[in-house]
Design a protein around this ligand. Structure first.
Ligand code: ADP
Length: 349
């Protein structure tokens, strides 16, 4: 244990599995699923939060705000600093600088009170494989001062494992183990639940089950949930607010729908012959910027003019191969996810 690690009960070796980045290209017009932003009380605030490992800042100058009732997405590519941040929030490692306030209490000065109403999982939860889910929760409960059988039954029911509660954990699927991890985080009935990459390594069905569970926790159980992810569309489907982090620093933070719809839009066009495409682009009055990237043209323009652009290209006899509108945050996020991370950790592709 290093000097930085004050408690390691939730620590586990990294178990990150990466999902093909083509997920980013799934239709992401699922904003109707976003929950309405609640401008409630701030229950988590970080001020200038930073963590330095040797000379390198894993997290730097981080100011986050999570409001009561939020499903808060904490989005960033691999190595961005999400787990490091969450470890600091759960008081598993000590910040190098800055402060964390939970329910208005300073994590540094009033650690026990600050942590009273939060529960979390970091990376892959660890269980006794040869014991049942129920027994595992009894053991965790006992280590934390005792939890009633009723509460254990409640959390198992909540995460959809009631019918498998007596089965050994080794017979569980990865998704079921993740849900058991969430059950563990819910044992003490915390108001604020922090989940680090809860859908990591799951198949689409497993991911959906976790998303449904998160929605259920927020809307029916009145929990505030913060989840980290490296998948924009996943955050978009479940969160009402989000923060984007890259290389340890905050990129943006706010209402998911507003962040995704705001700013300039980029439309990628690919067609042949390129000369005709150029003619159409220069003749149109609605494109504010054109960047040629190999065979593709990246246009900055309003999405409303995309049909007009399509008509003009076809009118001029362009063989259109692609016409892809992207929202600016999506574009940005793809670009940072595609770029290599310099510390040698695996990069999602
Ligand atoms: P994410 O969860 O977004 O993938 P992490 O928080 O795990 O990112 O890592 C952020 C950066 O901090 C990475 O460069 C990582 O290598 C570094 N890092 C994380 N933990 C340690 C550690 N214990 N010692 C040194 N560097 C670390």
């Amino acid at each position: 244990m290093t000097n930085d690690e004050v408690c390691v009960t939730l620590e586990n070796p990294s178990n990150k599995l990466y999902i093909d980045r083509t997920e980013f290209h799934q239709p992401s017009s699922l904003l109707s699923n976003s929950r309405v932003s609640l401008t409630g009380e701030i229950i988590l605030q970080t001020k200038n939060l930073g963590k330095q490992y040797k000379s390198r800042w894993a997290v730097h100058h981080l100011d986050l705000e999570v409001h009561r009732g939020d499903v808060f997405g904490f989005l960033g590519p691999n190595g961005a600093g999400k787990s490091t941040t969450i470890r600091m929030l759960l008081s598993l490692i000590r910040p190098t600088e800055g402060e964390v306030f939970l329910f208005g209490k300073s994590l540094e000065k009033e650690r026990e009170k600050a942590l009273l109403s939060i529960g979390g999982i970091v990376e892959k939860p660890d269980f006794y494989q040869y014991l049942s889910a129920r027994r595992n929760l009894e053991i965790v409960g006992a280590l934390n001062g005792g939890v009633s059988k009723t509460r254990i039954a409640e959390v198992l029911d909540l995460v959809g494992l009631a019918s498998r509660a007596a089965d050994k954990v080794k017979t569980y699927s990865h998704g079921m183990k993740q849900r058991l991890g969430i059950a563990q985080a819910l044992l003490a009935n915390p108001e604020f639940v922090i989940l680090d990459e809860p859908t990591s390594g799951l198949d689409p069905q497993g991911m959906k089950e976790i998303r449904d569970l998160i929605r259920h926790l927020a809307s029916d159980q009145n929990k505030t949930v913060m989840l980290s992810s490296h998948l924009l569309n996943e955050v978009e489907m479940v969160a009402n607010r989000m923060a984007v982090i890259n290389r340890g620093e905050l990129v943006t933070q706010g209402d998911v729908a507003a962040l995704l719809e705001g700013g300039e839009k980029v439309v990628t066009v690919q067609g042949r012959p390129a000369e005709k495409v150029r003619n159409v682009l220069s003749a149109s009055g609605f494109i504010s910027k054109v960047v040629e990237k190999g065979e593709a043209f990246e246009l900055t323009m309003s999405f409303e003019d995309v049909p007009e652009l399509a008509r003009a290209l076809v009118r001029e006899g362009v063989d259109v191969q692609a016409l892809v509108p992207r929202r600016s945050l999506e574009e940005y996020f793809l670009s940072i996810t595609e770029s290599d991370v310099s510390d040698g950790k695996e990069v999602k592709r």
